[in-house]
Design a protein around this ligand. Structure first.
Ligand SMILES: Nc1ncnc2c1ncn2[C@@H]1O[C@H](COP(=O)(O)OP(=O)(O)OP(=O)(O)O)[C@@H](O)[C@H]1O
Length: 370
């Protein structure tokens, strides 16, 4: 597979300084992959109103991390901030560093972001037509993506590589499909072209925002499989946004749970899904588990709804919907690390014990899972 000359020779650490090749080699020798993405104190807001607050995480090479949470939690704005694609009127502060890029993406101008986008980081959106040019043949679009970033020596090589990539993403008769316009393809085929575009320059990081939600159920699994194969083959890192917890369990190794613009819990899919600690995560899992019903046969739900932007309570953002909230939750909960890449921010976590060492009991009506 063709790769950029030295995509992983420069990565950055949480202090925002460059980590040179030797350190990457040391990281690998120590059995851990280097960070591809380091986000620190990322806040997105409009007119002083924060919509994403103080978000920090890192993703290692080859790691696939899910970002889950109800609608309005701040998932898409986080992804758009990574890509430098925030809508007009929204601004980001904090730091976003990506392997191979020698500057912080927050505050970078459009000229330098357009060099990074599509080369070092690429994104697959829910709606394929947002990424495709309706007036251009799809093969030309994929070839153009390579030529813009000069990852192929000339047009002929780029066109041949584009056909090969269309083949890799499972499109039928790739030479003929390359000559098609987007409107001549089905929704699933268009999304596969978008995936080919995103993978065209072997990005260090792929960001996917609900990439299969708009597709027929029958093609969703196929496209998910292609996405995973695409990033695994390239050892790319991936941040994958979805509402669908089953999809996260299939596609990702690690998961971050977001609510009220904050990451409230993170850990491996196994630990977060089988032993959620934050009461929001617990509610989210309960609400999506069709086997959990109360004594009247009703499915579990999280009480209330996600507040409108700017109306989340101070302290713990979940406290006005949480059946465990106490006056302690009026303060912002500290982050409790449960491992190098896992932890939660909750004063009354599930599975905690009372002063006598007994498991804390849930109030009536709350469905305990842990
Ligand atoms: N351009 C904007 N101007 C003002 N507020 C916005 C803007 N875009 C999003 N918001 C608000 O920011 C909050 C987070 O939105 P975001 O789209 O990131 O949520 P999400 O978790 O991705 O939800 P969904 O799953 O529905 O896409 C929401 O309250 C939303 O209304």
């Amino acid at each position: 597979m063709t790769t950029r000359p030295t995509p992983d020779t420069t990565v950055t650490d949480t202090r925002g300084t460059d980590v040179r090749e030797t350190e990457v080699r040391e990281a690998e020798a120590g059995g851990r992959e280097p960070d591809v993405l380091v986000v620190d104190g990322l806040t997105v807001g409009t007119h002083g109103q924060p919509l994403v607050q103080d978000v920090g995480f890192s993703v290692r090479r080859g790691e696939r991390v899910g970002l889950i949470g109800e609608s309005g939690s701040g998932k898409s704005l986080t992804a758009l901030a990574l890509m430098g694609l925030l809508p007009e009127g929204l601004t980001a502060t904090g730091s976003v560093r990506v392997a191979g890029v020698d500057h912080d993406l927050v505050g970078a101008n459009e000229r330098s972001m357009s060099r990074v986008r599509g080369r070092d980081i690429a994104m697959v959106f829910q709606e394929p037509m947002t990424a495709l040019n309706p007036t251009m043949r799809v093969g030309d679009q994929v070839a153009e993506a390579m030529l813009v970033h000069r990852t192929r020596p000339d047009r002929k090589a780029a066109e041949a590589a584009a056909v090969e990539l269309l083949d890799q993403v499972g499109l039928p008769d790739p030479p003929a499909t390359a000559k098609a316009y987007p409107h001549q393809l089905s929704g699933g085929q268009r999304q596969r072209v978008v995936l080919a575009l995103a993978l065209a320059n072997d990005p260090a990081l792929l960001v996917c925002d609900e990439p299969t939600t708009a597709l027929d159920v029958t093609v969703q699994a196929f496209v998910l499989d292609l996405i995973v194969r695409g990033v695994v083959d390239r050892r790319s890192a991936m941040v994958f946004i979805t509402h669908d917890l089953a999809v996260v369990a299939t596609v990702c190794e690690r998961v971050m749970v977001m609510y009220g613009g904050r990451i409230v819990e993170t850990g491996t899919v196994q630990e977060v899904f089988t032993r959620p600690r934050h009461r929001y995560t617990q509610g989210l899992l309960g609400a999506s588990d069709l086997t959990v019903v109360d004594d009247r046969g009703r499915l579990a739900t999280i009480a209330g709804s996600v507040p409108a932007a700017g109306t989340f309570p101070a302290g713990c953002v979940f406290r006005n919907r949480c059946t465990h909230a106490t006056s302690a939750c009026e303060q912002r909960p500290p982050w409790t690390a449960t491992g190098p890449d896992s932890g939660y921010a909750c004063f009354h976590p599930a599975g905690s014990t009372d002063a006598a060492g007994h498991p804390a009991s849930a109030p009536d009506g709350e469905q305990e899972r842990a």
